[in-house]
Design a protein around this ligand. Structure first.
Ligand code: FRU
Length: 517
């Protein structure tokens, strides 16, 4: 018998609850990063603050810890720190316009009521990115993650759903799909991931991620008075494929005051431009830059809170093979909320949201440490796998500073964050971080230039398998480690040469979940 939509939702919630019961004690599962109660998560969707709650939605396969027909999971928080899992917000309706997936999008408040706008995928028949597979040989995607395939363009439409009960349940709108086809005259690669905003009392503005064949990745600009009737205006910006690829996912457009910021996920590392927005087009003031310097960050999404502050979260992917995360019963999480703004010279400033300080327990260590060449300091024996480590360093001839964490007493297993003062480079070294086979252990590296008299200022969040580094309010580096030895909990700091003075504070971090451990 055909399931009703209410039964589809109930079954999905049950699948998550059943799977969640089996996850206790997994040493790699984060506890203060947003994630599903079990099974698969990818992009953050529709972050919004409304009626006293922060809401985050996300791409969610409730049935397995792998990609599949996506619904939207939902969590909410009164304070950005204590979160609870809510019922699944929407799921695909088999055979319908979103039968193969309710993909990424936004939530906005229109006429006082929450409206979700998402990309609907009717069918998952795929074509190769080379476009050289005849239609008869195209693959129907099974449960499981896809990589080098894109969707057939006429299977992607834009839809809305509304909620009358504080976003706990959602009704798909009878006018769906509200954007049933791509704009006439454009030859597009993708067509998805609506990002919405309003300019004063004007109509809703929306970007869709796409790529114009033969031209480059593009953010398509639309507008609407009511979220139902949409008018396509023009490309907000078309990228040079050499710089930003042939197709963009999850565009975000942030009004940062003196400059606008365009963020896109071009099937590789997410990038951004800062620039000017005028006459419905965006003009970058310089080259594209990477948004995060690790190996697992993708598809960020942002919100402007009632105080005008921009917060951004990204998807933190796994860095272990598919069979390992599928067996774990959960896969991936989101980053911590990052506050995005401009610095004094119009560059990007990124730092952890101030609310995260509330997760700190009593400090395990809080002192100045004098470091001599070749010596290291074990930071009073402080240890742990869910920590915030804050470290400000003034170097006196020190060329390389090393912070080790998740360290066994014999040093056989450890992860290292190294700052090379002479090269102006920050490196996360993972070659000794695990004994597990096939886990990513390549270094992550980026340039971090310090001006004269500027101290090195690092904040490192360790959350079991997640490492999230914030450096000098300038950049972030997000990665994963999978230590296998239970005693890999130690810390140390040292410098290879010269000397340095470090002010170090270390706190244990509490779980964000009020409903699970
Ligand atoms: C980005 C993305 C989006 C899409 C969603 C599907 O990771 O591919 O473009 O809407 O994930 O889950």
């Amino acid at each position: 018998m055909k399931q009703t939509y209410a039964q589809i939702l109930a079954e999905a919630d049950r699948a998550v609850a059943d799977a969640a019961g089996k996850l206790a004690g997994d040493p790699h599962r984060p506890s203060f990063h947003l994630m599903t109660a079990a099974n698969w998560i990818n992009d953050p969707n529709g972050p919004v603050y409304h009626d006293g709650y922060w809401h985050m939605f996300f791409q969610h396969n409730p049935y397995i810890a792998d990609f599949g027909p996506m619904g939207w999971g939902h969590v909410r928080s009164p304070d950005l720190v204590n979160w609870e899992h809510c019922p699944i917000a929407i799921m695909p309706t088999p055979g319908g316009y979103d039968g193969a997936g309710c993909w990424s999008g936004s939530v906005v408040i229109h006429d006082g009521a929450p409206h979700m706008m998402y990309s609907a995928v009717a069918d998952m028949t795929l074509w190769s990115i080379n476009d050289d597979i005849p239609p008869s040989d195209r693959q129907r995607i099974p449960q499981g993650y896809y990589d080098e395939f894109l969707l057939e363009i006429d299977q992607e439409t834009q839809c809305i759903a509304t909620s009358g009960d504080g976003m706990l349940t959602w009704d798909k709108h009878p006018a769906n799909p509200v954007i049933p086809a791509i704009p006439a005259g454009l030859d597009l690669i993708g067509f998805r991931d609506p990002f919405l905003w309003k300019e004063e009392d004007g109509p809703w503005q929306m970007l869709l991620g796409s790529g114009i064949k033969g031209a480059g990745g593009v953010a398509l600009l639309y507008r609407s008075p009511d979220l139902i009737e949409w008018e396509y205006l023009n490309p907000l910006y078309i990228g040079d494929p050499a710089e930003s690829g042939i197709n963009w996912e999850c565009p975000n457009f942030l009004d940062l005051g003196a400059r606008h910021m365009l963020v896109v996920s071009p099937h590789g590392r997410p990038i951004y431009w800062l620039g000017a927005y005028a006459g419905r087009t965006f003009r970058p003031a310089g080259a594209a830059r990477r948004l995060d310097w690790g190996d697992v960050f993708y598809a960020p999404n942002s919100l402007r809170d009632p105080d005008g502050r921009w917060l951004m979260w990204g998807w933190v992917r796994e860095a272990r093979p598919r069979d390992q995360y599928a067996a774990a019963g959960w896969a991936s999480c989101l980053t911590l909320p990052r506050e995005i703004s401009l610095d004094a010279v119009g560059g990007l400033r990124v730092k952890p949201a101030a609310e995260l300080k509330q997760l700190r327990g009593a400090a395990l260590f809080d002192d100045a440490v004098d470091l001599a060449a070749g010596a290291s300091d074990s930071l009073g024996g402080a240890s742990g796998d869910r920590l915030e480590i804050s470290c400000q360093v003034v170097a006196a001839g020190c060329e390389r500073l090393r912070i080790q964490f998740r360290r066994t007493p014999d040093g056989g297993q450890l992860t290292e964050l190294v700052y090379d003062f002479s090269a102006g480079a920050l490196r996360l070294l993972r070659d000794k971080s695990t004994d597990a086979a096939e886990v990513a252990v390549e270094p992550c590296e980026c340039r971090l230039e310090l001006s004269e008299n500027e101290a090195l200022d690092l904040t490192i969040y360790l959350d079991n398998s997640v490492v999230e580094v914030y450096a000098n309010d300038k950049l972030t580096l997000t990665s994963r480690i999978y230590p296998t030895r239970a005693e890999a909990q130690g810390l140390s700091i040292g410098c290879d040469d010269g000397s340095a003075r470090a002010q170090v504070a270390i706190w244990p971090m509490s779980s964000i979940w009020s409903d699970t451990s």
